[in-house]
Design a protein around this ligand. Structure first.
Ligand code: URA
Length: 208
């Protein structure tokens, strides 16, 4: 199934807190990171393990570790930065691939203006993070950028998704799985997710 709406009680509880209009910048940032960590936990539940031996106080014992080159986190500027620490909390050694995308107001097409990707993308799982999956434009541009760079395994972690954005990712990239705390009602005429979170970037950075 290409979209997972996470129903874990902690996720639902924290999402409710995040939706509160009166939440401070500090708390919004904190809960965003916590939700990012919980989505990361779900999105990595099927990583391949390999066996090895660990020296314990009682002698050698069997253990398991994650196999292969592992993970790159891909925050989409600007709001994706707010989820980065939460992902790194669980995967501290992950490489970070930063991507910047803006929307050309004449063509309405997403334009990539910044791209600094980790090496060895063909062997890494990419966890793309952006709090809001609205029209899907930035997400699609990022996925295309990653695929062009050789990435074969991509998952999208978004706090809130609009059905419109989910549909576009599903249609154009059925190999990409979306993990979200909520699929909301839809977009309003200004492109905001309803009820959504408002402008997630402004709330994370305190720029409103
Ligand atoms: N970006 C936001 O920050 N909020 C939305 O609702 C949609 C896009």
């Amino acid at each position: 199934m290409p979209v997972h709406e996470i129903t874990h009680p902690l996720v639902k509880h924290k999402l409710g807190i995040l939706r509160q209009q009166s939440l401070s910048t500090r708390s919004f940032r904190q809960v965003t990171a916590e939700l990012a960590a919980l989505l990361t936990y779900e999105a990595t539940s099927d990583l391949t393990l390999e066996d090895y031996q660990v020296q314990t106080w009682a002698g050698p014992a069997p253990a398991q570790r994650i196999k292969g080159k592992k993970v790159t986190v891909v925050p989409i500027l600007r709001a994706g930065i707010g989820m980065l620490d939460g992902v790194l909390e669980l995967i501290p050694s992950a490489r970070v691939s930063v991507v910047g995308v803006y929307r050309n107001e004449e063509t309405l097409q997403p334009v990539a203006y910044f791209e600094k990707l980790a090496h060895g993308l063909d062997e890494r799982l990419a966890l793309v993070v952006d709090p809001m999956l609205a029209t899907g434009g930035s997400m699609l541009a990022t996925i295309e950028m990653l695929k062009k760079a050789g990435c074969k395994q991509i998952r999208a972690l978004v706090l809130v998704a609009a059905p419109e954005g989910v549909r576009r990712v599903e249609q154009e990239h059925p190999d990409v799985t979306i993990y979200t705390a909520s699929i909301d009602q839809g977009l309003n005429e200004d492109g905001y997710i309803m009820p959504g979170l408002g402008d997630a970037g402004d709330k994370i950075f305190g720029t409103k």
